[in-house]
Design a protein around this ligand. Sequence first.
Ligand code: AMP
Length: 275
Amino acid sequence: MRTITDTAAMQAQGLAWRRGGLRVGLVPTMGFLHTGHTSLMDLARRHCDVLVASIFVNPIQFGLNEDLDQYPRDLEGDAAKCQAHGVDLLFMPSDFYPPGFRTSVRVAQLTEILCGVDRPEHFDGVTSVVARFFGVIQPSVAVFGEKDFQQLAVIRRMVRDLAMPVEILSGPLVRQADGIALSSRNVNLSAVDRQRALSLSGALRELRAQVQAGERDLAKLVARARAQVDCDRLEYLELRDGDDLELLSELRAPARAFVAARYGETRLIDNLSVL
Ligand code: AMP
């Protein structure tokens, strides 16, 4: 496995692969890799000739008071995991944004709901960095996780709207045995908060069980689930259409439950298909 830190060198390699007719796969990450990330590498590996993983803690997707400085890092461990999961090239840019970078890619509406309410600039940072990654790396296929379900929807919309020649694939949300969604941020939780955070996946699973048992009263389902979440601040717990993310006024398939909650400085998200 090679590592490139220079953005111009990465683009030269991406263009050379493309000219040679190779199908390049990309898994973008912010590092501190876990099984959720490596499952995306395994998936990407089956859909490309050359696999690139990137590790870049993108400053423009963090708000001013968010946890950019506390974002965990483990470059050595990450490199070993990439190597073990078939990555050919690890891109860890040290000079990603050119001086005077002024461009922002914004997907309207989809970015103003759910996480966009408490993080109004977050998705603009995500689409802008992903668009630049696509320009630098020239992938034919890029893989994102359903853990960040809204992010996936936003990226699919950007690619469609701007006719970017990149196929977007998604991998399922990977959980620990006790149900908690794997997240690099889990390491920042105290032992007590780690235990309390189990209530996120617990509330979503219970909501799904009630739907499966025949409950169709949407307000009741959401109110019960909200009451089950043990956190410092519940940002949202909502039932939305699993395709277009529209808020549901009555229960119908495909329905997906979404939750975000704060534990001190740490913000966790989860989602689950319920119908
Ligand atoms: P991050 O490093 O958190 O920016 O995530 C990089 C990619 O890994 C994104 O596409 C995430 O959706 C995905 N990802 C993170 N956690 C998980 C998980 N538990 N299961 C599946 N994909 C994940």
